[in-house]
Design a protein around this ligand. Structure first.
Ligand SMILES: [Mg+2]
Length: 227
């Protein structure tokens, strides 16, 4: 029988684990180091360029690939794979509980990240939830041009890999306003995770805004076994 289940796409970084883990800060430092080493910049200039690329493209590496001759897989080894995640990310029973409560006969859980495959898999393994997802769509750093969220092709790639053709069957949670806006624009149902005391965007991004991942239970009770 054909699999007609809707798909719930989950962003990974700063979404499945809280921003307070500061993975992004560790990463930013390694990214700046990388920019300094490979582009011969001082720290301020490295920071400025890294931020500019991140803002313009959604990923620092996309700017590097576009404007400089860099090896994205080497970058991945020196930045993402070099993160000391084992001392930052630990199994999260609450997250596991929520994901386990999702009824897999009604919805397919799929990971959707701008990171490379190594990092994505490493994070969900450390969180202790890797067995609850049916697949992972990641940014392939070995490919040119680099395709990542919020580019529409990246959303299409995720749908293809997850085996869904109808945008109305696509649900999505991400901490990036840019990604949630694009998802909504192409017809997905998106929930923007704006953690804790972080300011809400002036113009709401996506169909819903949530403060905690657990609010997905209330927003989408049709996908949960218990309420
Ligand atoms: Mg994220």
């Amino acid at each position: 029988m054909a699999d007609t289940r809707p798909v719930f796409f989950f962003d990974i970084d700063n979404c499945l684990y809280p921003k307070s883990r500061r993975v992004h800060d560790h990463m930013a430092e390694l990214i700046d180091d990388y920019f300094m080493r490979h582009l011969n910049l001082d720290r301020d200039e490295a920071y400025r360029l890294h931020t500019e690329y991140y803002t313009n493209y959604g990923l620092a590496i996309e700017g590097l690939v576009r404007h400089h001759e860099i090896d994205a897989l080497e970058y991945n080894r020196e930045v993402d794979d070099a993160l000391p995640l084992e001392s930052i990310i630990f199994p999260d029973p609450l997250l596991r509980n929520m994901l386990q409560d999702m009824d897999k006969s009604k919805v397919k859980l799929w990971l959707f990240t701008n990171a490379y495959v190594n990092h994505g898999k490493r994070v969900v393994r450390l969180l202790g939830v890797d067995d609850l997802f049916e697949g992972l769509t990641f940014c392939d750093y070995g490919q040119r041009p680099l395709i990542c969220k919020p580019h529409e092709e990246m959303f299409q790639k995720a749908m293809k890999e997850a085996g869904v053709t109808d945008v109305k069957k696509c649900y999505f949670v991400d901490d990036s306003a840019m990604n949630c806006r694009k998802a909504q624009e192409i017809g997905w149902t998106s929930a923007h995770l704006v953690e804790g005391v972080d300011p809400l965007p002036a113009v709401p991004a996506g169909n819903y805004q949530i403060r905690y991942l657990n609010e997905l239970r209330t927003l989408f009770p049709q996908f949960f076994k218990s309420s």
